[in-house]
Design a protein around this ligand. Structure first.
Ligand SMILES: Nc1ncnc2c1ncn2[C@@H]1O[C@H](COP(=O)(O)OP(=O)(O)O)[C@@H](O)[C@H]1O
Ligand SMILES: [Mg+2]
Length: 216
C-alpha cells in the first residue's frame, strides 16, 4: 500500500480537489483506495459520502495521535491511501507528512499560495531531518492559466525558490470544480488528460503501487 499526503498551509489552494481527482481516478482504474480526511471541515468526507460515484473508503480523523494507526489499519484492504489535510498546519498534518510515500503541495496562482508552498516544503524538509528519511515531495501548480502573466509570474517565483515542481500543470478547468458536486471525476478532455499525466508522474514518484492499471 502506498500513502499520498496532500498538504499546504494555504486554505483554498486545491488540496481537496487533488484528493478527489486521485481517489476517483485510481478507484476507476480498479485500485482499492481509501481517504483519510484530516481537515476539521471534513469536506472530503462529505464528498465521498454524498457525491463520489466510486467505491472509496473514507475516515475523518483530526487527532494527531490517531492518524498513523488509522493509516496502518487500512494497509491490508487498500492499495492507496490519500490523506487530505487542513488549511493551517496542524500536528495531524505533521504525522500525515511523516507516514507518506509522496507529499503533494498544491499551489494556485497567488503570492500567498507560493509563500505557503515554500513554508510547507520547509516543514516537510524538517520532518525529513527529524525522521532521518527523505520524504518525496512535489509542488503541484493548479488552477493554472497558461499564457498569462500571472502563471508566468508563479513559474518565476517557483524557480526562484527552487521549488521541486511536478511537470503536469492542472489548469483552471470547470471539470475540476464540477467534481465537488457531481462526483464525476474527469477521464476525458483536457481535464482527463491532465489527470492521466498527473497519475503517471505520481506513480513514477512511488505514490502508486505497481503494477497498476491506469484508467485512460
Ligand atoms: N484546477 C482547478 N481548476 C478550477 N478550480 C479549482 C482547481 N483547483 C481547485 N479549484 C477550486 O478552488 C477552490 C478551493 O479548492 P479546494 O480543493 O477546496 O482547496 P483546499 O482543499 O486546499 O482548501 C474550490 O472552489 C475548487 O473548485
Ligand atoms: Mg480542503
Amino acid at each position: 500500500m502506498s500513502i499520498i499526503t496532500i498538504a499546504t498551509s494555504k486554505g483554498g489552494a486545491g488540496k481537496t480537489t487533488i484528493a478527489r481527482l486521485i481517489l476517483g481516478r485510481l478507484s476507476l482504474s480498479g485500485l482499492r483506495v481509501a481517504a483519510v480526511d484530516a481537515d476539521f471541515n471534513h469536506t472530503l468526507t462529505d464528498w465521498v459520502r454524498t457525491a463520489a460515484k466510486q467505491q472509496i473508503t473514507v475516515e475523518h480523523e483530526v487527532d494527531e495521535a490517531r492518524i498513523v494507526p488509522l493509516v496502518s489499519s487500512l494497509h491490508d484492504a487498500h492499495d492507496v491511501v490519500v490523506i487530505d489535510t487542513a488549511g493551517a498546519p496542524t500536528q495531524a498534518t505533521i504525522f500525515a507528512i511523516g507516514c507518506a510515500d509522496v507529499v503533494l503541495v498544491p499551489c494556485q496562482t497567488s503570492s500567498a499560495d507560493i509563500v505557503e508552498a515554500i513554508k510547507t516544503m520547509n516543514l516537510i524538509k524538517s520532518a525529513s531531518m527529524m525522521m532521518k528519511r527523505e520524504v518525496t515531495a512535489r509542488v503541484v501548480l493548479t488552477g493554472y492559466q497558461p499564457n498569462t502573466n500571472i502563471s508566468a509570474h508563479i513559474e518565476g517565483e517557483s524557480a526562484k525558490a527552487k521549488l521541486p515542481l511536478m511537470e503536469t500543470r492542472l489548469h483552471r478547468l470547470v471539470a475540476f470544480q464540477e467534481m465537488s458536486f457531481t462526483g464525476i471525476v474527469p477521464t476525458s478532455g483536457p481535464a482527463g488528460l491532465q489527470g492521466s499525466n498527473f497519475l503517471v508522474e505520481i506513480e513514477a514518484l512511488g505514490g502508486i503501487p505497481q503494477p497498476q492499471k491506469m484508467a485512460s
